[in-house]
Design a protein around this ligand. Structure first.
Ligand code: S3P
Length: 449
């Protein structure tokens, strides 16, 4: 595991933000393109792949499993697929760094191969629950050698002979659903996942695109997704759209800094991902989706956000899956909105890269904003002055770091995050892109001495 010194960074109040930019490729789709490309036959050529640490760790792991992946001269990534069940046992541990998506989806892949693998991750990932994916995968035939263990490092043994299952997922999680569907490719028969609330559907879309037999139906009001095993996937070209979760930081910044007008081109607007933008509109924001189109089987648009005065709203729990990664930045934005913002149904935030409920509330409190956690609800009382001047503990969490750097763009005094280094996991271009729009970041004084 790599250890690097923390990189503190401060954000100062910005004058105005403006411009037209692109954000890097969607993280969820990037992971899936590599993983499903590896299980396909033939070559998969990916343009717009997110080159963040999380995704690169997935590529490295696939390489170690015998799947060649390389970047061509035009900047596209080529995956030379090994076919369903065609990967090889690695000689060393697979290290997933900070990425829950990488390790959980890979557990689905490993399940279908008779190989023994040791999986590791950084301090944040090693605290995150794995039983949620291990449980259904064990029903299918995965063996966990350290039985009963819920966290990394883990040693697991897959099987070339998986059993198809029908599984009702207890929490809304696209990672659990995807791990089961990917394992289901290796089972003889039909595997079905029933979700409590619909979550991001990129795995289903890409599986269909690669020729798998996938169906989605309603069962007693719940979404049931099935995949037929024992088929082949055919590799193809994948164009990864811009990540709406990364674009959210730019959109929030434009809403915090008066006079701003920011356009973000080519952003994924799949309805399972746009809850944040729905919420912004309810708060009174001026958000326009233009040039809506379908690219690589996914809806894409250009997003324009102009500064407006916002009001606090109640964000209902059923919207959480469609904006699960955007709550830290929404809470930071809510500090600038008039009145109370109540974000409900956020239990899942406690098991992200950090306990995001606690980390977000603590960061706001450290900067003079009234915020509290009440069970699974996060409440921010906004619209008063935003003093800033505080130091935010990021707990190895990229989104906490970016949310509070954006927050600092409107505060009276600079806001410092204790470590901006983790931003490289999902959005390496965050700082230069924000600076291109007019944001001002600097190393805090204490860090320079
Ligand atoms: C993801 C699913 C979500 C999300 C994560 C990416 C995915 O996690 O928070 O950043 O790509 O499937 P959960 O499945 O834990 O909700």
């Amino acid at each position: 595991m790599l250890h690097r010194p923390p990189l503190p960074l401060s954000a100062r109040r910005a004058k105005v933000l403006g411009g037209r930019v692109r954000v890097p490729g969607d993280k969820s789709i990037s992971h899936r393109a590599l993983l499903l490309g590896a299980l396909a036959t033939g070559r998969t050529r990916i343009t717009g792949l997110l080159e963040g640490e999380d995704v690169l760790n997935t590529a490295k792991a696939l390489n170690a499993l015998g799947c060649p992946i390389k970047k061509d001269e035009a900047g596209a990534w080529e995956v030379f697929g090994r076919g369903v069940g065609g990967l090889e046992e690695p000689v060393a541990d697979l290290d997933f760094g900070n990425s829950g998506t990488g390790v959980r989806l890979m557990l689905g892949v490993i399940s279908g191969h008779s190989m023994t693998v040791r999986l590791t991750g950084d301090a944040s990932l090693s605290r995150r629950p794995m039983a949620r994916v291990l449980k259904p995968l064990e029903l299918m035939g995965l063996e966990v050698l350290d039985k009963g263990r819920d966290t990394l490092p883990l040693i697991v043994r897959g099987s070339a002979d998986l059993i198809p299952i029908e599984y009702q997922v207890p929490v809304a999680s696209a990672q659990i659903k995807s791990a089961i569907l990917i394992a289901g490719l290796h089972a003889s028969g039909e595997t079905t996942v029933i979700e409590p609330t619909a979550t991001r559907d990129h795995t289903e879309r890409m599986l269909s695109y690669f020729g798998a037999r996938v169906t989605a139906t309603k069962r007693q009001g719940l979404r049931a997704v099935s995949v037929k095993g024992d088929g082949e996937l055919a590799g193809g070209d994948v164009k990864v759209p811009g990540d709406p979760s990364s674009a959210a930081f730019l959109a929030a910044a434009a809403l915090i800094v008066p006079g701003s007008d920011v356009s973000i081109e080519g952003v994924l607007v799949n309805p399972t991902r746009t809850g944040f933008y729905t919420t912004l509109r309810e708060m009174g924001a001026d958000v326009a989706f233009t040039a809506e189109r379908i690219e690589g089987g996914e809806p894409v648009a250009d997003i324009r956000v102009r500064h407006a005065r916002l009001r606090g709203v109640r964000v209902p729990p059923e919207r959480a899956p469609a904006m699960i990664d955007e709550y830290p930045v929404l809470a930071c934005l809510a500090a600038y909105a008039q009145g109370e913002t109540r974000m409900e149904g956020l239990a899942e935030l406690k098991v992200k890269e950090s306990d995001r409920l606690a980390a977000t509330a603590a960061g706001l409190l450290a900067n003079g904003v009234a915020a509290k956690v009440d069970g699974d609800t996060l409440i921010v009382d906004g619209g008063r002055s935003v003093p800033g001047g505080g130091l935010v503990a990021t707990h190895l969490d990229h989104r906490i770091a970016m949310a509070f750097l954006v927050f600092g763009l409107g505060a009276d005094r600079p806001v410092t995050v204790d470590d901006a280094g983790m931003i490289a996991t999902s959005f390496p271009e965050f700082r230069p892109l924000m600076e291109e729009l007019g944001a001002a970041f600097a190393q805090p004084e204490a860090a320079r001495t």
